[in-house]
Design a protein around this ligand. Structure first.
Ligand SMILES: Cc1cc2nc3c(=O)[nH]c(=O)nc-3n(C[C@H](O)[C@H](O)[C@H](O)COP(=O)(O)OP(=O)(O)OC[C@H]3O[C@@H](n4cnc5c(N)ncnc54)[C@H](O)[C@@H]3O)c2cc1C
Length: 396
């Protein structure tokens, strides 16, 4: 009996083509783009031409018809050059458009998903609010029905891609008195919508990935902009967070791999005390730990993605093994990623502290993965909750 941890030929080809694009198109722009904090123009059009904007989307929408393993593989191979832009791509294609694909009507999907796949439309997802972060269900953005319209008031903060988005999926309370059972999902175009304002947020990490504060001031949406059923937003939100945590683990994985590769190369080239620094045991120890950490992170993330692909529903949410696996994958990738990036800086010495060296970007970006998509503390709470549910009977 075999237990296969190898990628298929098709997956290897996908990996090679995305990494080649990342090194030839993205890498030469990154130092400057990071300094000015601008997303490279045409990023999504480029990815559309490469055919990787809708990896898990059905071909009728312009997608590739593959799964979450391949989506993770794409994000990892963008993340090897830019953790931040892998996040931006994931925020658009997985958090926003994949969530929309899984929950919108066929008519809604036929209008927007082909534009998501071509790269014409960039998406964003709004959950977090200034006063509702980890406690997302306490959100106070309201959508109140008036005739055949919803009037939206409130705000969403830290929204990846909001300053450049053509499509925003977000959650709001349609029946606030029902708490989490009164949350619904909506979409609109932030570039053309009246009553919606976006401010770009300045960050010290994940630069190039635009982040915004979005304010809704009596924003009117037609009732046709509701996604899924009224007051059923929580299931959409929690199952979306599962695939988000699994696939965005790829951003951290890409950075981890790059930190190891760059450190290995640097340690062989840098000579001190008459020897390449790789000859010193304390440097070797760091490299060995980085390798072990990367491989452990990798198999946690890919096994969660593979399990997700094997499910009929391909979805998780509260009360599922996938919820536990997804939280554990990103928890591990996030915490290991910050450690690996710190070791990479240490191996590079003073040069690692300079923006000219890509390890500096990986170091700054990695910290986000202890925070975004639910903090490490919240992921541990989810894991513990799901362990108490089944006493770990499934051994997953
Ligand atoms: C660069 C970036 C991009 C982001 N992109 C998006 C996006 O696209 N869409 C979106 O909706 N959101 C996005 N976020 C928001 C992100 O998901 C939140 O920042 C995160 O969920 C934490 O919320 P908070 O920042 O309000 O922290 P808080 O919830 O205020 O937490 C502060 C601290 O308290 C801890 N804490 C809170 N509750 C508990 C508890 N019960 N037990 C123990 N500890 C607890 C937290 O773990 C944390 O350490 C992004 C954030 C950043 C920084």
């Amino acid at each position: 009996m075999s237990f296969n941890f190898e990628f298929s030929e098709e997956q290897r080809m996908l990996e090679d083509s995305v990494y080649k694009w990342s090194t030839t198109w993205l890498e030469p722009q990154m130092e400057h783009a990071y300094e000015v904090d601008e997303m490279p123009a045409n990023l999504f059009i480029e990815l559309g031409n490469l055919g990787v904007n809708g990896v898990a989307f059905e071909e009728k929408y312009g997608g590739v018809g593959l799964g979450y393993v391949e989506t993770l593989l794409v994000y990892e191979n963008i993340g090897r050059v830019s953790n931040a832009l892998a996040m931006t791509v994931g925020a658009s294609q997985t958090l926003c458009f994949d969530n929309f694909r899984r929950n919108a009507s066929e008519a809604q999907k036929m209008v927007y998903l082909p534009k998501a796949c071509s790269g014409e439309y960039i998406g964003c997802l709004g959950i977090t609010e200034p006063n509702s972060g980890s406690d997302a269900m306490s959100m106070s953005t309201k959508a109140i029905k008036k005739g055949d319209k919803y009037i939206i008031n409130g705000s969403k903060i830290f929204i990846t891609n909001a300053p450049v988005a053509d499509f925003m999926l977000f959650y709001a309370k349609t029946e606030p008195e029902k708490g989490p059972h009164g949350i619904s999902t909506f979409y609109f175009n932030p570039k053309t919508q009246k009553g919606c304002f976006c401010e770009k947020i300045k960050k010290w990490g994940m630069r190039t990935s635009p982040t915004g504060l979005v304010t809704f001031d009596d924003m009117e949406l037609p009732e046709g902009n509701l996604v899924g059923q009224l007051n059923k937003g929580v299931a959409i939100l929690t199952s979306g967070l599962c695939t988000e945590r699994i696939t965005l683990s790829g951003c951290s994985l890409g950075s981890q791999r790059s930190c190891l590769e760059l450190s290995l190369k640097y340690a062989k080239e840098r000579v001190q005390f008459g020897k390449p620094i790789i000859a010193f045991q304390s440097i070797q120890e760091k490299l060995a730990n980085m390798y072990t950490g990367y491989l452990s992170s990798k198999w946690m993330a890919y096994s969660a993605a593979s399990y997700c692909d094997s499910l009929m529903t391909k979805s998780g949410g509260k009360g599922t093994d996938l919820d536990r696996m997804a939280a554990a994958a990103l928890l591990y990738c996030g915490e290991m990623g910050t450690k690996i990036a710190a070791d990479a800086i240490q191996i590079h010495g003073g040069y690692g502290y300079c923006t000219e060296y890509p390890v500096s970007r990986h170091y700054l970006d990695q910290k986000l993965w202890d925070i975004g998509a639910g903090t490490s503390e919240i992921r541990r709470m989810i894991i513990a909750r799901e362990l108490m549910r089944d006493d770990f009977q499934s051994a997953r």
